[in-house]
Write a protein that binds this ligand. Structure first.
Ligand code: ZN
Length: 65
């Protein structure tokens, strides 16, 4: 049985998704075009994040160790 997967970007269902891992999470896409747009959006989001938030996350990781 083939499982249909929805494209993370446009929501189109596909039997043969393009899988890509982001931050340990598998994300599915219907085509390389959607994958490329998703990667660009993600990079922009990372750049727009205030540096204070990233410092907090690093502290959390260090505390757990
Ligand atoms: Zn798509």
């Amino acid at each position: 049985m083939v499982e249909k997967v929805k494209c993370e970007l446009c929501g189109r269902e596909t039997n043969y998704p393009i899988k890509k891992e982001f931050d340990g999470r598998i994300v599915n896409f219907c085509c390389h075009g959607c994958l490329g747009v998703f990667e660009l959006d993600r990079e922009e989001n990372l750049l727009n994040q205030p540096p204070v938030e990233q410092d907090d996350k690093k502290k959390d990781i260090q505390d757990k160790k």
